[in-house]
Design a protein around this ligand. Structure first.
Ligand SMILES: [Zn+2]
Length: 443
């Protein structure tokens, strides 16, 4: 299974348009250059934790009798400076990591909700700095805010989140800190050892946080591996110190999946936060959903992934249409290939439907919207911005660059390189390589 790569459009080369798989559709309208590249760009379009991380399937591991917590001992406690309220407890030295892995806990973080980390001392030191700066900031807790939603039982989905007031595109739905951040190591000798350290990390949290953790959704009915089960079912990828970690945000875990979600999320390692915004109007009592995987997969691919990774069958409105709803994906792929083809061709060989045009660019936007993919519109808007710019329409280029920046903010966060790149483009469309590049060609 592939690992999430936080690849930013603004720093990427222009994506090769020869993307053969639907999975690759979601990204690629780069701004920096227009040459194609063979670089493998797309891994997963979701930050939801890839459940093959952290030691593979827990059910395939050899299991032992009920697990005991690790000794609180022996191995040195590097990194004991910092905000930690407990002495770090570490594994033995691991040559593969050239480090130990240790549990660090600060029970005072986030208005007493606490946070436990299981990572290397080096990365823990970085997280300690982040925690200290977050504590110094006001307000201390982002989740102290009132939220426009509540959790209720949802048929066939367990707990879900419904809106308590009308929401518009761009409205903030939630923003949270995790209480558990784990290195996605794959080197602990046994699943038992991993489970012990996870349980230790959880046991050092305040009691209410412990109860909340074990109350989260689980996939496997196996008490011996319950800590890993909750992490697998609820974790999100979070890149810390250049290493993929998995973080558990208890509130964020309550948002159910849909392949046509009405909300989009991003993670911000610098602030240890998970943020969700509405991507289209949401009415009171309507469920708020996010996507756990790239929505550009086919119906069959999505169902297979969700069943394997999260053990459920999706019955969202898009899935209810089954494979019938895959056709727009093929059309999206086709149009993106055309719009991304910057190699000049003989006009006499181009037909209206195979030549890049603003008509196709706007059709692409409508296709995204028809599939409920408003959370990914930065890519469609970006294509439109480049298309308009390529025929010398400053107004069109600016309009869609502005929309692309707004969309990128919902998908990657306001500080992302994508947002900055689209704003730069909007400010100087004529300085971009795409300016007038298709002017001499039929459109
Ligand atoms: Zn679905």
């Amino acid at each position: 299974m592939k690992r999430v790569v936080m690849l930013k459009l603004a720093v990427a080369l222009f994506l090769s348009v020869a993307t053969s798989s639907i999975e690759k559709v979601g990204r690629g309208a780069g701004l920096e250059a227009h040459q194609n590249t063979d670089e493998e760009l797309i891994i997963s379009d979701s930050n939801h934790w890839d459940t093959t991380s952290l030691g593979g399937s827990i059910l395939n591991q050899e299991q032992s009798p009920f697990l005991q917590p690790p000794d609180s001992s022996p191995n040195a406690s590097p990194g004991s400076n910092g905000p930690w309220t407990h002495d770090p407890i570490c594994t033995e030295y691991r040559p593969a990591l050239n480090s130990t892995l240790c549990v660090y806990t600060d029970t005072t973080f986030n208005n007493g909700r606490g946070i436990s980390i299981f990572t290397t001392p080096e990365i823990a030191s970085q997280i300690a700095d982040t925690i200290s700066s977050l504590k110094a900031a006001e307000p201390l807790s982002i989740q102290a805010k009132t939220h426009p939603w509540t959790t209720i039982p949802v048929p066939n989905k367990g707990i879900g989140v419904i809106a308590t007031e009308p929401l518009s595109r761009g409205d903030l739905v939630s923003s949270f800190h995790p209480y558990l951040v784990l290195h996605t190591e794959n080197i602990l000798s046994t699943t038992d050892e991993r489970e012990k350290f996870l349980r230790l990390a959880i046991s050092q949290l305040p009691k209410s946080s412990q109860e909340q953790f074990y109350d989260l959704a689980k996939m496997f009915d196996d008490e011996r591996l319950v800590a890993q089960d909750v992490v697998k079912s609820n974790g999100f990828n979070l890149d810390v110190g250049g290493v993929v970690h998995v973080a558990v945000f208890p509130e964020a875990s309550r948002f159910n999946h849909a392949c046509d979600p009405n909300a989009q999320y991003y993670l911000t390692p610098d602030t240890l936060s998970h943020t969700i915004h509405a991507t289209r109007p949401i009415q009171p009592n309507e469920e708020i959903t996010i996507s756990y995987t790239t929505p550009f997969r086919s119906y069959a691919q999505r169902q297979e992934y969700l069943k394997t990774a999260y053990d459920f069958t999706c019955s969202c409105s898009r899935c209810q249409k089954g494979e019938e709803a895959d056709e727009p994906l093929h059309e999206i792929n086709r149009i993106q290939s055309i719009l991304g083809d910057w190699i000049p061709r003989d006009p006499s060989t181009s037909t209206e439907s195979s030549a890049p045009s603003v008509r196709l660019a706007e059709q692409l936007i409508r296709l995204y919207q028809s599939l409920g993919l408003e959370g990914w519109l930065d890519y469609a808007y970006g294509n439109a911005a480049l298309m308009y710019n390529s025929i010398g329409s400053i107004r069109g280029a600016k309009k869609y660059a502005h929309l692309a920046a707004e969309s990128a903010k919902l998908r990657y966060g306001p500080e992302s390189g994508d947002v900055a790149a689209w704003k730069t483009f909007e400010g100087d469309t004529q300085g971009h390589w795409s300016w007038m590049i298709r002017k001499s060609r039929p459109i």
